[in-house]
Design a protein. Sequence first.
Length: 412
Amino acid sequence: MVTGFSGVVPPTTPPPSGDPIDTTFINLDGTSLRVQRLQPNGPPQGQLIPSPAVFSATAREIGQVFGVTLDNAPNPNIYVLATSAYGIQIVAPDGNGDGLPDRIKTGEPNAQFMDGQWGQGGSPGSIYRIDGTTGAVSLFASLPNTGPGLGDIVFDAATQQFFVSDLDSGLVYRLGIDGTVLDTFDHGAAVRPMRGLPAVPDDGSVMDITNPAFNAEDPATWGYTPKERMVWGMAVHGGRLYYAVADGPQVWSVGIRLDGSLADDARWELDVAGLASTDPVSDIAFDAQGRMILAQRGAQHGSYDYSVFAEPKTASVVRYRREIPDDANTPSTWVQVPEQYAMGFRPDGHNAAGGIALGPNYDDKGMIVPNSCGQYLWSTGEGLRDDPNLAQQLAVGGPALVDGLQGNGVDL
C-alpha cells in the first residue's frame, strides 16, 4: 500500500492571468492510495521493477492521505488518514468569469479548501476505510481538526483498536474497531510533567483559511501544534505504543493495558541525533529481532505550484538496536548511533519520503521466500536512481528520476 499526492489537472485554455498554474487544480480522479504487487524481477541491482497496481482509490473518494494501516480481518481492511503533507490548496468563488474557482494563496473570508484536498464528505480529521473484500470506500471516523490533518495510524491486534496521531492538537486518539473514540493521550500536557519536563499544552493555534494571516506557501500559518507535543510516527511492539515526538526528534513509549487503555508508565526511549537533519519521524517499524526502524520526512513546504511538498535530500531511514548488554554509562537502552539505510544512490543517502513497511524476503529469481516475513524493507523515497556519477550503469535498469519505493533486505 502506497499513499501519495493525486496529481493535478492543467488548464486546457490559457487562464485570464496568463499563468497556467492559476487554473491548475487537484486531479480528483488521480490516485491517492495504490495497492501494488511487489515482486522483484531478479536479484537487487538497483533496477526499476514492475509493480502493477491491483487496487487504487482516488482523491475524489479519499482526498489526500498519508498515514495508512491494515487491520487483521481475514481479508484485511485498509485505513488511511487525511493529510496536509502534500500542501494546502484553497480557492475563492469565481471572480473573473472563467467558470472556475479562483486559486488563492492567502486567506479570504469566502475561501474554501480546493476539491480533492479532503475526501468525499470528509474533513482534515477524516479516516477512511477501504473494505478488504469489496474495495468499497467509507468514512470510518472523523476527528476534530482544523486543517493540519492527521499523522499516523496503527492497529493493535491484541486489543482490537487503533491509535491515531493528530498534528493539530498533538493528541493521540484511541479508537475502537468500529471507529468510536475511546479516549485520548496527551504527551505534551500529561507525560512531560511526569518525567520532570515542563508541560506543553496545545497553544490553540488553528488553520483558518478565512483569515488573511493564513498563507498556503507558509506552513508556519497552518496551525500545527508545538513540536514539544507533536506526535507523528507510531508503532505497537511488545505490548507498548512507541511514538515519535517532533521536538528532537525523540521516541517515547507507553504500555498498553489488557483492556486497551494506556498505562501511566510512559518513558523516553531515545533521542534521534546525529542525522543529516532534525526532520520529524513519520513512521516506525520493528523487525523480527526487535530492532526499531525509523523513517523521517523532510520539513513541510507550502507549494502553490505543487512542485515541492517536503524539503528534499534531508530525510533518513535508520535502525536502532538494543544495547546488549545494557551500557550503564548511557541514558538509553538503545544504541546511541543508529545504522543507516542508504536511500537512493547519492553518497549521503538521505532521499527518504517518510514511509516504511516490512515484507517477505525474495530469492535470486525474485520469488517470495517461504516463512521470511519481515525480512525485506520497503521505504518511500524521491530521486532514488538519480546519481550523475553512476548514470551510465544505472541507465541499464531504468530511468534516473524515480520517486516511489526502494526495496532492500532488512539487514543491509
